[in-house]
Ligand binder design. Structure first.
Ligand code: AMP
Length: 400
């Protein structure tokens, strides 16, 4: 292990994920997650040297307590000496941030201002930054933005069909999310193709609880399905994805929904959960299809997969050439059923899966799942933490 490990922090409203990573070898030295923060049930789960341990957190059960626990743990195991920098996942970098950025007061202020575009994410991400700054005052802190990779999109892909002043004066445009994941798996695909990334054109499908599809042309994001917020695009675990905006007025004017109720409906009660009325978890839906031949579950899965196929097909308009399709995220990496249904609607793009290979690639495995005459189609497990560690290290050390 080198003495240049990066502590990667991904702070959510009630959770704080972390991993200590050697950015050169990619080795994860220790990882864990503080969960149920801000409640009396707060605890931290740590995986280190093959052991997993859960420990309850002390009053006031907050993010700072979780970070202090991590510091203590690193001290106890003589890991503090190898710390080189802290890398933070930041959700929204607006148009200001298209590369990893050293965090100072000015950057923190602009992340705070960008919270109007990501009220659910940026403020909680900043809690993690502040807690880490307090605990590691002598270490550089770096922000790696989820939106950054998509800053290469052309205006025709990011401007909405709205009065232009809403973009100019209020920044209302497509930003896209999951950028670190799309970038990582597309780069892996380039390696598998033995092509320079700058000549690789793929479509990446990040399918997890949140889902987004990205068109990457010659190494650059040129379109992506999430928009101003992560609500746009394909159907997700609990988010509706695209719908007729007229539905929102119908809900408010005819069914007396408040704006907050509409927001909850579209963000938390829709998607796989809303259609199936069963679960937001793809595994539960699959079980209901396979074990019970449940019709609603089957319809839910058809809607989910068809919308993804349609988005993939539409991105043929964005690419100069097409090297292949990548599946990633919890669903993309594990569900052969979802991959089959998506691919079945894409025969006209010459996407055909080898069903034996497709069934075999699950549980963190990586591989080509298409037939020899098909366009390439891979499953590539994502690793956002690795990208954050690498980019943090490169920014601070100046090494590439
Ligand atoms: P993520 O947000 O990337 O962590 O993905 C979480 C989602 O992946 C879960 O909600 C499940 O729907 C899905 N998932 C995880 N494991 C499996 C599996 N073995 N089969 C199908 N879906 C899975």
């Amino acid at each position: 292990m080198s003495n240049k490990a990066v502590l990667v922090i991904n702070c959510g409203s009630s959770s704080l994920k972390f991993s200590l990573i050697d950015p050169i070898s990619g080795e994860v030295i220790v990882s864990g997650v503080g969960e149920r923060l801000l409640s009396k049930q707060a605890f931290i789960k740590i995986a280190f040297q093959g052991n997993k341990e859960n420990t309850p957190l002390a009053v006031p059960f907050d993010h700072q307590v979780a970070v202090n626990f991590i510091v203590e743990f690193l001290h106890q195991h003589n890991l503090v000496e190898c710390l080189f920098a802290v890398g933070h996942r930041l959700v929204h970098g607006g148009e200001e941030y298209s590369t990893p950025t050293l965090i100072d007061d000015v950057v923190k202020y602009s992340i705070e201002k960008l919270a109007k575009l990501a009220p659910l994410h940026n403020p909680v991400n900043l809690i993690g930054v502040n807690a880490a700054e307090k605990a590691f005052s002598d270490l550089p802190q770096v922000a790696v933005f989820d939106t950054a990779f998509h800053q290469t999109m052309p205006a025709k892909a990011y401007i909405y069909g709205l009065p232009y002043n809403l973009y100019e004066e209020h920044g209302i445009r497509r930003y896209g999310f999951h950028g670190t994941s799309h970038y990582f798996v597309a780069k892996q695909a380039a390696k598998l193709l033995e092509k320079p990334f700058s000549q690789t054109s793929v479509i990446t499908a990040h399918l997890g609880n949140g889902c987004s599809i990205t068109a990457i042309d010659n190494g650059k994001s040129v379109d992506t399905s999430m928009g101003l917020t992560p609500l746009e695009g394909v159907v997700m675990g609990t988010r509706s994805g695209d719908l007729d905006p007229g539905i929102i007025f119908h809900l408010i004017e005819q069914l007396n929904y408040t704006p907050e109720q509409v927001s909850n409906l579209l963000n938390k009660d829709s998607g796989l959960l809303g259609i199936s009325q069963m679960s937001n978890d793809c595994r539960t839906i699959e079980e209901a299809i396979i074990n019970d031949q449940d019709e609603r579950a089957n319809l839910t899965m058809d809607i989910f997969c068809y919308r993804i196929s349609k988005t993939i097909a539409s991105y043929m308009a964005s690419l100069s050439h097409f090297d292949g399709l990548v599946f990633t995220g919890g669903i993309g990496e594990n569900s052969d059923l979802v991959r089959t249904r998506i691919a079945n609607s894409l025969h006209l793009l010459n996407i055909r899966l080898d069903e034996a290979k497709n069934t075999d690639v699950r549980f963190g495995k990586s591989g080509l799942i298409s037939t020899p005459n098909s366009q390439h189609c891979w499953v590539i497990p994502t690793n956002e933490e690795q990208v954050i560690a690498e980019q943090t290290y490169q920014l601070i050390s100046g090494e590439k």
